[in-house]
Design a protein around this ligand. Structure first.
Ligand code: XMP
Length: 524
């Protein structure tokens, strides 16, 4: 491998962001809990370590510490925020509570030429309570800010560095250059983690894993399952059977787009199961959200089971698990989120079936999955699709799910999507900042919701008594928290106008102004 960076997670909300920034430099890295077994980290032969921030204070009882193997490896170290404090503490320097918590933007000024930080003054994002008061032996101060006399430090001969600020967030515009200097220059990694390299390595791994056995895949139309399927097909060709269950709960033209993209562009023989009526029958009369989800999840599993049996129960199943899912389930001390909604991953693993999993995206972030998808030949429109919940339009069609109401919702949703697309707002710009309100740079997810509420209107000279469409558009980095998108009034006006004019059965449009929390992104 041309280079590998191990990131030790001390409980930072930005740990995944650090990993994404390193990957953006085309260098492979992985996140490990700070107390992961040494063997697990060292078997990847790290060229350097990045120590994340974290909420603890180094003198607290039970505060996370830097494991001994990090120092013994003699590889370069970059400690960020808490990581810097832990480095200082471990090497005999002094950490103390700062007089005032420093939170927000600060200006950092370089003091001495060094391999990590450029000398020019730069705005940075600070978020810390403790700070460094005494440097460990061998270290010099590299930069200062008004509130942090030691905003950056380094032991140039051992190649140990510490930053009091966060280079990984967009609020630190020079952060990318700093990380680049650490990863490429100081650790000597080569920027060779490209989509092509990912694909060829992954193909090799899949071939090793499955040999000549048949493999089954459930395609949902989502980015992850499509890219995973395309990758496996590239690796094993005809050994793959890809099943697409048409639930009738997809967005306008989506089913056709999935079939076309996979079949015509990639030559994948999709086995399409038309289950529209089966889902509609199972959902008849059901209005309770969790019951809808249960019915959809179970119906999907039964249909998929039948198909698997028909295909002779292949031993291997493709899963579109991606890296954030893997990281979330092993993060240190992070309270496991309370279950607010049952997330049935339609297209996911039936729990009572025993497959061996093929997970070609297990170590990839969403951005990488998209780039790999493009490199595999999937169309842009599919690769950049906004996330869509497994239970589909059923959870956006509040009240009973009927053909007529689904069609109403689908048409309104298509209008919203096409208008956002025309305004260039269907994707979140990569420069969207991580926190704080900002000028709108796109949407992370935007959709229509059909409410089972009728209100009085007037069209022409006639009274109407029809249903309501709620528009939902949010910006978010991780979908755990989200802000409602400040869509321009004129755009909202056009969307509203088009919906009431073009969608029969709808005479009112409202815009959802709630963030998550307290609301969730979906309405059910
Ligand atoms: P909420 O509504 O919980 O949604 O704020 C967060 C993100 O998850 C998506 N979502 C789902 N995805 N199966 C999925 O695969 C589900 O059942 C499901 N429910 C919500 C939602 O669209 C948003 O992106």
């Amino acid at each position: 491998m041309p280079g590998f960076i191990a990131i030790l997670d001390f409980g930072s909300q930005y740990a995944q962001l650090i990993a994404r920034r390193v990957r953006e430099l085309n260098v492979y890295c992985e996140l490990f809990p700070w107390d992961a077994p040494a063997q697990m980290v060292l078997e990847r032969h790290p060229n350097g370590f990045i120590l994340s921030g974290g909420p603890a204070s180094v003198y607290e009882n039970g505060a996370p510490i830097i494991p001994g193997y990090v120092f013994e490896s003699a590889a370069p170290i970059l400690g960020i925020c808490y990581g810097m404090q832990a480095l200082t503490y471990a090497l005999g320097g002094q950490v103390a509570a700062a007089g005032a918590r420093e939170y927000g933007m600060a200006e950092v000024t370089g003091i001495i030429e060094n391999p990590l930080l450029s000398m020019k003054s730069q705005p940075v994002w600070m978020s810390h309570g403790d700070r460094i008061e005494g440097l460990p032996e061998g270290f010099i101060c590299l930069a200062r800010s008004v509130n942090s006399p030691i905003a950056a430090m380094g032991d140039l001969s051992r190649r140990y560095y510490g930053l009091q600020f966060h280079p990984e967030v967009h609020h630190t515009p020079g952060g990318k250059e700093t990380l680049q200097r650490f990863v490429l220059d100081i650790c000597g990694c080569a920027p060779e983690w490209t989509p092509e390299a990912i694909i060829s390595e992954s193909i090799h791994r899949i071939q090793q894993q499955v040999g000549s056995s048949p493999v089954l895949s459930a395609v949902s139309g989502g980015v992850d399952s499509s890219v995973a399927t395309a990758m496996v097909q590239r690796a094993v060709g005809d050994q793959l059977a890809a099943v697409f269950v048409d639930t009738g709960l997809l967005r306008q033209d989506e089913a056709v787009q999935v079939k076309t993209a996979l079949h015509e562009r990639l030559g994948i023989e999709l086995i399409v199961v038309d289950a529209v009526e089966r889902f509609m029958t199972a959902l008849r009369g059901v209005t309770e959200p969790e019951q809808k989800r249960r019915i959809i999840g179970e119906s999907f599993i039964r249909i998929f089971e039948q198909e698997a049996q028909r295909l002779g129960m292949p031993q291997y199943l493709v899963q579109g698990t991606i890296y954030p899912d893997v990281v979330e389930s092993s993060a240190p001390d992070r309270a496991k989120a309370q279950r607010i909604k049952t997330h049935h991953n339609v297209g996911g693993l039936p729990s009572d079936m025993t497959f061996k999993l093929v997970e070609p995206l297990r170590y990839l972030f969403k951005d990488e999955v998209r780039l790999v998808g493009l490199a595999l030949g999937l169309p842009e429109a599919m690769v950049w699709r906004q996330p869509f919940p497994g239970p589909g339009l059923a959870v956006r069609c509040l009240g009973e799910v009927t053909h007529e109401r689904l069609e109403r919702l689908r048409r309104a949703d298509a209008i919203l999507t096409s208008e956002l697309d025309a305004a260039g707002l269907l994707r979140l710009s990569p420069n969207h900042s991580e926190s704080g309100p900002q000028a709108l740079s796109g949407t992370s997810q935007a959709f229509a919701v059909l409410l089972p509420v009728r209100s009085v209107g007037v069209m022409g000279d006639a009274r109407t008594y029809q249903e309501t469409i709620a528009l939902r558009a949010v910006t978010t980095e991780d979908f755990m928290t989200a802000d409602w998108a400040r869509l321009p009034y004129n755009l909202l006006a056009r969307i509203s106008n088009r919906i009431v004019n073009e969608v029969p059965g709808v005479n009112r449009v409202v815009y959802d102004l709630t963030s998550k929390p307290p609301a969730t992104i979906e309405w059910e």
